[in-house]
Write a protein that binds this ligand. Structure first.
Ligand code: SF4
Ligand SMILES: [Zn+2]
Ligand SMILES: [Zn+2]
Length: 322
């Protein structure tokens, strides 16, 4: 297989695009496609400040790299979740992020937030104490990441928050949401989520049209070293099972995932789920303590979570001997 641009040996063949490219032309194509996605969905402008949530994985580091190559004002945010269940997942992830900065972008700005140091418990510990998520920390993890990304973006004056979700991630979530007809989630799934409430940042996913193998190929060709292992808590998750199922579909019918996702976005543009979105937004009000939107009365789930952790971990009051 030869590169369509220069005739050299191709490094990647994308059957759904009927396009084979060598390493150099693939990188060029990948960066251009990201720029097109940013423009197509009006994600952000040159004068806006972007905060990229980096986890140490190929997608988020690749995204930060591409945004910097395109000349955007993009800074990174690493959230240390304190996950060390079977191996030091958080520690190793952070090493990859630090290494990325040192070797490729030594002048880039990286913010680091340590959940344990700030709130007094790691994510697995907070999940255990609060008993949320049926033994898995993922629901607490998602809640904390969403809240903290918004808080940092707001407090530090970023206009937009970018995450490295790729097409495979988006399609697996879409499939799950359709399977369970989660209309509220379907209404909110999009390449751009506008900042609908004060205190919320606009959220964008510039890699939403790239297959996972495309983001992995970019990272490898660009020389980005990333964490290969999944988070230990992802093992056995529904999302992984859906991804396997969807991979079979894609093997039989190349481009099926992209079509599924793009058709969904078109249907939304035509007004599908517009009423649901309006209803959901009408339910939200500001949390009494942190100000972030919530549908719960009084305090949001994040504030209630850390209240519960503080209650359980509070040192016992010393009793004075009689
Ligand atoms: S699998 Fe993802 S959501 Fe679950 S604990 Fe790990 S990083 Fe958090
Ligand atoms: Zn080439
Ligand atoms: Zn709150």
């Amino acid at each position: 297989m030869k590169c369509r641009k220069c005739g050299q040996k191709a490094a990647i063949n994308m059957r759904h695009h009927k396009l084979a490219l060598c390493g150099e032309h693939y990188q060029e194509w990948f960066v251009e496609q990201t720029a097109r996605t940013i423009r197509r969905y009006k994600m952000f402008r040159r004068d806006e400040r972007v905060l990229v949530a980096v986890s140490g994985g190929k997608d988020s580091l690749g995204l930060w790299d591409v945004l910097l190559r395109l000349g955007y004002q993009a800074d990174g945010l690493y959230i240390d979740l304190g996950i060390a269940t079977r191996f030091d997942y958080s520690g190793q992830s952070f090493e990859k992020v630090e290494q990325f900065v040192e070797t490729l972008w030594p002048d880039a700005q990286l913010h680091v937030l340590d959940v344990n140091a700030l709130y007094g418990a790691t994510i697995p510990e907070a999940a255990r104490i609060s008993n949320r998520g049926r033994g898995k920390p993922c629901s607490v993890c998602g809640l904390v990441k969403r809240h903290e990304m918004n808080r940092i973006a707001h407090e530090m004056g970023y206009d937009v928050l970018a995450t490295g979700h790729n097409l495979d991630d988006e399609v697996a979530v879409l499939f799950s949401n359709v399977l369970h007809w989660q209309t509220g989630y379907l209404a909110r799934q999009a390449p751009v989520l506008p900042a609908s409430h004060p205190g919320l940042a606009r959220k964008v996913k510039p890699f939403c049209r790239f297959y996972e193998r495309e983001t992995a190929a970019y990272a490898l060709l660009r020389g980005i070293d990333y964490i290969y292992e999944e988070c230990p808590h992802a093992v056995g998750s529904k999302t992984i099972a859906y991804k396997e199922l969807l991979a079979q579909l894609e093997a039989q019918s190349p481009g099926a995932k992209l079509q599924f996702y793009l058709s969904f976005l078109r249907a939304k543009e035509e007004g599908l789920f517009a009423a649901v979105q309006e209803r959901e937004e009408g339910r939200l009000h500001a949390c009494e303590r942190c100000g972030q939107p919530t549908s719960a009365p009084g305090l949001c789930a994040f504030c209630r979570l850390w209240d519960r952790v503080a209650e359980v971990k509070r040192p016992p009051v010393p009793t004075t001997p009689l």
